[in-house]
Design a protein around this ligand. Structure first.
Ligand code: FAD
Length: 413
């Protein structure tokens, strides 16, 4: 048995994946996983979907059952923060005052919701943790008028859940088309139409500039001078990476903890993974930070591989999904131009895949209710291929006949 100790900071899916894969790759030394939330690692996607609707229980989306940590000899420390890293001394300090030496250290500290100054109080919600979701769920039960500030994924998912619970929902977003920043105007418009058809009021190009608490709710004023009364506000205006621990220890940060393609930070034997990691991607040739579940899992797994003696670059295609009402939105890759997409299928019927195509190569696909297309593209995205817009539009030819699979990518899919 090895006497080495790896310390994993952050109790999210990235840290949990590192622990899992360290054992898979035969690491038999000590693993200490330190997370500041009270629960063992869990998946966050249900927090704005099923869990908010009350159709799934917390136990169903824990990354591992609690007994797993004992079975795998993973020393799980929940409700504890890592407060400092001593890089030369190769140790971390915990909020309990304990100092822990490490041979390898993984920073998977995730992100936190960006806050709107002055937008606080009992009935104003930011959503990141199970506790946030539980509190929101409880208050939704006794609210009628819900305002969502920010039409990103979380805002739109919360709006869909609130509609599912029979609430009146208004979304404010300063952009002319909600979700356009991540999906482009065409698909953003489709999603806007879906929300409107469910009765959501979408106030695009308008934002809330003032919030006042009243006796029985809140009074919001928009930049256009419109006033809206509501019982509950959810703010979903993006996130900020939790880089402070790394920055205070002198590690390079730049909109995330900077890591190379192997997940290594600027300090020896310290890695970063998940939402907090700004990683050099060898295929794209640049540093990218991604806030998606699958990426966090895979980066966590990759770091474990590299901690156990491999030197494997992380070169995965980025994949994500968002569920709103009965619709499943998925995407893989990085679109070159969100306003120049080749549509296969029907926007009107909410049944399509939109391809970003450059010089015969697919850069990305965004699909609504076509998960198989995303799977096909994911398998071949980085393999050599050449397709035309006409071929992609022609539904009589199955996608898998158009594009060869990469054995390399299939092994990882
Ligand atoms: C409501 C919601 C819905 C989502 N839905 C989707 C979806 O549908 N599809 C999708 O692809 N992605 C979704 N995501 C994003 C996905 O959940 C994240 O990408 C993923 O959780 C990132 O995992 P992580 O381990 O990197 O970080 P996190 O999950 O943020 O975990 C980091 C943990 O580290 C803790 N921590 C921070 N600093 C310290 C410290 N110093 N000491 C100890 N602990 C510390 C944090 O409190 C946190 O518990 C959603 C996220 C949210 C919030």
């Amino acid at each position: 048995m090895s006497t080495r100790r790896h310390v994993l900071v952050g109790g999210g899916v990235a840290a949990a994946a590192t622990a899992t894969h360290l054992r898979k790759h035969g690491f038999d030394g000590e693993i200490v996983l330190v997370g500041d939330e009270p629960q063992p690692p869990y998946e966050r996607p249900p927090l704005s979907k099923d869990f908010l609707l009350g159709t799934t229980e917390f136990e169903e989306f824990q990354v591992r059952p609690p007994a797993w940590y004992d079975e795998q000899s993973v020393d799980l420390r929940v409700g504890i923060r890592v407060t400092a890293i001593d890089v030369p001394g190769r140790s971390v300090t915990l909020s309990t005052g304990e100092r822990l030496g490490y041979d390898g250290l993984v920073l998977a500290t995730g992100v936190r919701p960006r806050r709107l100054p002055g937008f606080d109080g009992d009935r104003v919600h930011y959503l990141r943790t199970a506790a946030d979701s539980q509190r929101l769920r409880a208050q939704l039960a006794e609210s009628e008028r819900v305002v969502v500030i920010g039409a990103g994924f979380i805002g739109c998912e919360v709006a869909a859940a609130a509609v599912g619970l029979g609430k009146q929902v208004t979304i404010f977003d300063p952009a002319p088309t909600p979700l356009a920043r991540v999906l482009g105007a065409t698909i953003g418009s489709v999603m806007t139409g879906i929300h409107r058809s469910r009765g959501v009021q979408i106030r695009a190009g308008e934002y809330i500039s003032e919030l006042r608490h009243t006796g029985d709710g809140m009074l919001l004023t928009s930049n256009l001078g419109h006033r809206v009364e509501c019982d509950l506000v959810v703010v979903g205006i993006g996130c900020e990476p939790n880089v402070e621990l790394a920055a205070e220890a002198g590690l390079a940060t730049d909109g995330g903890i900077v890591v190379d393609e192997y997940g290594r930070t600027s300090a020896p034997d310290i890695y970063a993974a998940g939402d907090v990691a700004a990683q050099y991607h060898p295929v794209y040739g640049r540093t990218i930070r991604v806030e998606h579940h699958d990426n966090a899992l895979r980066q966590g797994a990759n770091v474990a591989l590299n901690l156990t003696g491999s030197a494997e670059p992380f070169a995965e295609a980025h994949w994500f999904w968002s569920d709103q009402y009965e619709h499943s939105l998925q995407s893989v890759g990085r679109p070159a131009d969100l306003e120049d997409l080749v549509i296969r299928g029907s926007l009107e019927d909410h049944d399509f895949s939109a391809f970003s195509l450059v010089d015969g190569r697919i850069q990305a696909v965004i699909s609504l209710n076509r998960p198989r297309d995303v799977l096909e593209v994911r398998r071949m995205l980085f393999a050599p291929h050449e397709v035309t817009a006409e071929q992609l539009r022609d539904e009589s030819v199955p996608l898998k006949r158009l594009i060869p699979r990469s054995p390399w990518a299939t092994a990882r899919a």
